[in-house]
Design a protein around this ligand. Structure first.
Ligand SMILES: [Zn+2]
Length: 434
């Protein structure tokens, strides 16, 4: 293991100096921030009293048992997610693959059959059987099926109908609505680009004007908002940037402004990330924000930046690992937003995804690990564009590239073979980040 820190950042006596100073002006925001910092200080203090070595432990077994149970049984608390059932499949399966826990064949097959019942007769996937198709569960379902990665899983996806669905939500200005008659925001462009590239149905016409629409979401802060003109936000910034990476247009963003915005979202005292300026730390932004750094590293490398590190992303990887391992683990399994919050599969998935980003730098050729704590804390790497393991991305691309791209007759004057770009470039280019 290289680059492992010898001491914890929170053991440093100067660490307390990173707490917020309100300069004598108390606001609602500063009161909330102080409250969170105090609760995190308690966690760090308790840890220091019990341990003298930097050996925080990932509670693998507990997380595994929590996830395994969730695949078969959900408590009443999940009733409100009845329209997000493919998401639950993705969050759990991706968490399991990060923990390198195999999915039993029978479970995998049951998930395939369930997702097949969520597929709409008019294309795309719905939040549950009999519901309307929606881009978010479509993204989650395709990702979940690619994680399973069997013939049965790939065969669930009706690609011609999926292309019909994507066209049904495409808007004349280049944006996408989340579902027919639904709202527009930049999540939709990412979900559409992600599923289209993974399944080899991406055509230039389908994404005509999408780049310019996404670019309008980058505002004066440097990050991206849900629609042009609003406040920059971690989730939307990831979606917009990852969509542009898939479309091969990320260089059109103001990359330096984006870099400045995202690194400023890592909290000085807590070590985790906030979603927006002046908001509180939250474990799920460990992926939505830290996941931007691999995309930015590669984009800046392609732009000829010569000063980029060949060992580290441009954020405090150790501080993020400390926050996730010390503050976000429920002792009985599952991960949380911040101390005092309850566990759920969404935060489990995105805390683990962020932990993976913070542990692994680079790609297959150039790989540098920085694992905080025990070697057993090591997670599998995750693909920074799709957030599934890189070999599952490669395997899906290989599978779907063998199949003919569906004839897109809404696109006149070009042959089906004349595609925008090789979808493999989305992962291939990430693999060449430095
Ligand atoms: Zn959250």
């Amino acid at each position: 293991m290289d680059g492992a820190p010898r001491t914890l950042r929170c053991f440093n006596e100067r660490h307390a100096a990173e707490m917020l100073s309100d300069d004598g002006v108390e606001t609602v925001t500063s009161v909330e921030q102080n409250k969170v910092e105090r609760s995190i200080e308690e966690v760090f203090t308790a840890y220091k009293q019990i341990h003298s070595l930097p050996q925080p432990t990932l509670l693998r077994e507990q997380h595994y048992l929590y996830l395994k149970k969730g695949l078969r049984h959900l408590s009443d608390a999940y009733e409100c997610l009845d329209a997000s059932r493919p998401w639950l499949c993705f969050w759990i399966l991706h968490s399991l693959e990060l923990l390198e826990e195999p999915i039993p064949t029978a479970v995998a097959s049951d998930v395939c059959q369930f997702l097949s019942r969520c597929q709409s007769p008019t294309g795309g996937f719905a939040g549950g059987p009999g519901q309307h198709a929606h881009l978010a569960p479509t993204y989650a379902a395709v990702n979940a099926l690619c994680i399973i990665g069997t013939e049965e899983a790939y065969n669930v996806i009706h690609r011609e109908k999926l292309l019909d669905f994507l066209w049904s939500v495409k808007q004349p200005d280049g944006s996408f609505v989340m579902h027919v008659g639904g709202e527009v925001d930049v999540r939709s462009a990412y979900c559409a680009a992600s599923v289209a590239s993974l399944t080899n149905i991406l055509t230039p016409k389908l994404f005509e004007d999408t780049t310019s629409w996404i670019l309008r979401c980058q505002n004066w802060e440097g990050g991206l908002s849900g629609v042009p003109g609003l406040e920059a936000h971690g989730g939307y910034t990831f979606c917009g940037t990852a969509a542009l990476v898939i479309l091969g247009k990320e260089h059109m963003l103001d990359l330096k402004a984006l870099l400045r915005w995202v690194v400023s979202r890592q909290m000085r005292f807590e070590g985790g990330f906030q979603g927006r300026c002046n908001k509180l730390v939250d474990g799920c932004y460990s992926f939505w924000q830290a996941g931007l750094l691999p995309l930015l590293h590669r984009a800046l490398f392609k732009e000829g930046e010569s000063e980029l590190s060949r060992q580290r992303w441009m954020f405090e990887q150790q501080a993020l690992q400390e926050y996730i391992l010390l503050c976000c683990q429920n002792p009985t399994g599952g991960l949380v937003d911040k101390p005092g919050k309850s566990r759920d599969f969404y935060h489990t998935c995105y805390c683990l995804s962020g932990l993976s980003v913070a542990q692994h730098f680079g790609n297959q050729e150039l790989h540098h690990e920085m694992i905080l704590g025990r070697e057993e804390n090591r997670l599998a790497p995750t693909h920074p564009v799709y957030n599934i393991c890189p070999e599952k991305v490669a395997q899906a691309l290989q599978h779907f590239l063998r199949l003919p791209a569906p004839e897109d007759d809404r696109w006149t004057g070009a042959s089906a073979g004349d595609r925008l770009s090789d979808p493999a470039s989305a992962s291939g280019s990430v693999d060449n980040q430095s």
